[in-house]
Write a protein that binds this ligand. Structure first.
Ligand SMILES: C[S@@+](CC[C@H](N)C(=O)[O-])C[C@H]1O[C@@H](n2cnc3c(N)ncnc32)[C@H](O)[C@@H]1O
Ligand code: SF4
Length: 397
């Protein structure tokens, strides 16, 4: 990215009055690769040397902390891939490394993503002992035929058993479902969602199936062998999702995330509110605030290449860019409007160095897609969320 004279020191997003700071740790391995997924996840039949990864994670945490010392960590998130393939001792060692380099808040949220198989559920008590206090389970569907079509290696029963174990062991848990699946009817989704809600405590992530380029699903879709709901059908399923979840006390707080008020995933809020976060591990992204500027970082994606970089350089960074004022403000718009709370127009103006286009706001508001609040926030309306990308595109233009 050419910064040139477009870059000016900008009042960074994470002003010290709001100290949310998150640490993301990426575990890039899965037992098998799901045909719809384009996450940075790899299968290693020969196993992984977890001790070597611990040393590398520890080194990268120390290298990051030397750039942004003195922070208080409010959230930690083990994402993947499948972090529930990590040994509890691996998780404990990484949490120790975080605590050895930064202060950790007393009420820190520590989430670990888990696949809901019985083998992984057996490790939950170990994660709890290591310091994890929230799990997010990839249930995906509560129907065995749908699970098999998604290439999942667990049954609905096994997933619900894992949810029950999570409920017993952790203070907080959430699970993910994928909807708008091939052949899914409105009635079937209503019933599945109702049973998911009866199993959920405080939080659900509900994602519409996306055909990601270069996945097996993309090839099947392109050859006509995989038909997914069209835009109108998907819209109906989206509307059902909003209606059923809101009626059950789990309204959307973000386009795909639902929670009882106060039970939102605090780590993901760090991203959507554009606060500061460190990205640790292969293919992890970070946003660091250094000397009044905001930097975008990314590490090498390929796990063994990342290990090699960390072992030779002390970190696996391949991108470390100063963001311009316009980029920081655009990111705030793009991320913040995913949240039902929207964005603070004053903060946008401070970041951008000027107000958001008033004509565009008026135009989209006339169409009922956005609204401004008495408190000076701009937010997307329920009618605007299904066309969020277009709304953001219009505002950012
Ligand atoms: C990193 S994965 C979650 C953890 C774990 N690996 C698992 O699959 O159980 C994050 C979530 O993204 C969602 N996801 C991944 N690919 C998707 C796609 N193509 N369309 C919709 N949701 C997707 C799934 O719900 C998945 O649980
Ligand atoms: S959905 Fe989860 S288990 Fe499946 S490949 Fe992606 S990260 Fe791995």
């Amino acid at each position: 990215m050419a910064l040139g004279d477009r870059h000016v020191e900008c009042p960074h997003a994470n002003a010290r009055r709001d100290p949310a700071f998150g640490v993301y740790v990426h575990w890039p391995f899965c037992r098998s690769k799901c045909p719809y997924c384009d996450f940075n996840s790899h299968v290693r039949h020969g196993g992984t040397d977890q001790g070597r990864f611990v040393r590398a994670f520890t080194a990268e945490i120390a290298a990051t902390a030397s750039r942004i010392p003195g922070r208080t960590v409010s959230t930690i998130f083990f994402g993947g891939g499948t972090p529930s393939l990590m040994e509890p001792a691996t998780v404990a060692a990484i949490l120790d490394a975080v605590a050895n380099n930064w202060r950790v808040a007393d009420d820190v949220e520590v989430t670990l993503e888990a696949n809901p198989t019985s083998v992984e559920a057996e490790r939950f008590a170990g994660y709890r002992a290591a310091g994890v206090n929230r799990v997010s389970l990839g249930v995906q569907a509560l129907d065995d035929a749908a699970l098999s079509a998604l290439g999942r290696t667990h049954t609905a029963r096994e997933a619900l058993d894992a949810v029950a174990i999570a409920r017993r062991i952790f203070e907080r848990y959430s699970f993910d479902l994928i909807y708008a699946r091939p052949g899914q009817t409105q009635a079937a989704w209503r019933a599945e969602l109702a049973s998911a809600i009866s199993e959920a405590a405080e939080h659900l992530s509900l994602y519409q199936l996306t055909i990601e380029p270069e996945t097996p699903f993309a090839a099947l879709h392109a050859s006509g062998k995989l038909a997914i709901p069209d835009a109108d059908q998907a819209r109906i399923l989206y509307d059902v999702t909003q209606e059923v979840c809101a009626a059950a006390g789990l309204p959307a707080y973000e386009i795909s995330n639902h929670a009882r008020p106060g039970a939102e995933c605090r780590h993901n809020l760090v991203y959507w509110r554009c606060h500061e976060y460190a990205g640790i591990g292969p293919g992890a992204h970070g946003r660091l605030e250094i000397e009044g500027t905001r930097r975008a970082t990314a590490t090498e994606k390929q796990p063994e290449a990342w290990l090699g970089l960390v072992e030779s350089h002390g970190h696996g960074l391949v991108t470390d860019e100063l963001l311009s004022r316009v980029e920081v403000a655009d990111e705030y718009l793009l991320m913040g409007l995913r949240l039902t709370e929207g964005i603070d127009l004053n903060r946008f103006e401070t970041l951008a160095g000027g107000p958001l286009a008033t004509e565009q706001i008026a135009h989209l508001a006339r169409h009922g897609l956005i609204e401004t609040t008495a408190g000076g926030r701009l937010r997307v309306t329920p009618a605007g969320f299904p066309v969020l990308d277009a709304v953001v595109g219009d505002l950012a233009a």
